[in-house]
Ligand binder design. Structure first.
Ligand SMILES: [Zn+2]
Length: 278
């Protein structure tokens, strides 16, 4: 059996794909599943003004104009994917490990849904788009094509330290009848070890979540650079998930393509990770 840590560190190049004026990236693994539409957006396309230029999807910027602009961009993305932006489920992310499940059976009215303090949304409802926002943190999608269930997860270091991805995989398997070996995971563009220097408190937070954690941290001049994508991949591998596709894109290395909180000292927009059962 291949060493788990070596597998967790594996990455693959996801090409930039042009759809009209929008540039997106998609997981080659998830693209093979025709019952799921998905996209990881970039900052390219749209008309958001500086410093949110130019396809900002986040409502975090505190002006009415930027919020209206983000709503317009969300609609643009949904239109492109053939989805209804009025049905979007958009959680209020707060670096928690809280997961919300939208059931096809629970009779909730159509969206848009805004859930406070939620960092993962799972659903078995068709035509229920789920959108989360990112600027360096790790976007993760879990899909069980057999049982037609999906989950979109926001995993910054705090969420990763709180094992949100492992917790999401466990919820899908224990409560939603999925099987780890049927789950397909995509881990999208996020800050890489190349750019992610942290304090030791981050490493202390991440270490207990997986085995072989030392293999997932690079030290440069004695300062740790954890591979956050690999920590999340390792959580999934240890939960029995085998089909994992990790993007090689580092958001901080490519500020012309992606929003990066670290690269911009916080003055920036948000890219999205959107998935929907179709
Ligand atoms: Zn980098």
């Amino acid at each position: 059996m291949k060493d788990l840590a070596a597998k967790a560190l594996e990455k693959r190049d996801w090409p930039l794909e042009q759809f009209e004026e929008l540039t997106l990236v998609r997981s080659p693994l998830l693209k093979t599943i025709d019952t799921v539409a998905h996209a990881f957006t970039t900052r390219k396309g749209g008309n958001s003004p500086l410093p949110l230029d130019s396809f900002n999807l986040g409502r975090h910027w505190n002006t009415d104009e930027s919020r209206a602009d983000a709503m317009k961009n969300r609609k643009r993305l949904c239109d492109l994917l053939g989805l209804n932006s009025e049905d979007l489920a958009v959680p209020g992310q707060q670096h928690t490990n809280n997961i919300h499940f939208i059931s096809a059976k629970n009779g909730m009215p159509p969206g848009p849904f805004h859930f406070p303090a939620i960092d993962a949304v799972a659903t078995d409802r068709k035509q229920q788009p789920v959108l989360l926002h990112f600027a360096d943190c790790v976007p993760v999608m879990l899909v069980d094509p057999s049982r037609k269930k999906i989950c979109v997860i926001h995993a910054g270091w705090r969420g990763t330290a709180a094992s949100i991805v492992k917790k999401s995989a466990e919820l899908m398997c224990k409560e939603l009848d999925c099987k780890p070996t049927d789950l397909h995971a995509a881990i999208g563009p996020a800050i890489g070890t190349c750019c992610y220097e942290t304090g030791n408190e981050v490493i202390e937070g991440l270490r207990p979540t997986v085995s072989q954690s030392d293999s997932l941290v690079v030290y440069k001049d004695n300062s740790p650079h954890p591979d956050l994508k690999a920590f999340n991949a390792m959580q999934l591998l240890e939960a029995g998930v085998e089909n994992i596709d990790v993007s090689s894109w580092c958001t901080a290395c490519h500020p012309e393509i992606f929003y990066s909180h670290r690269q911009s000292a916080g003055q920036t927009g948000r890219q999205g990770a959107l998935a929907c059962l179709v």
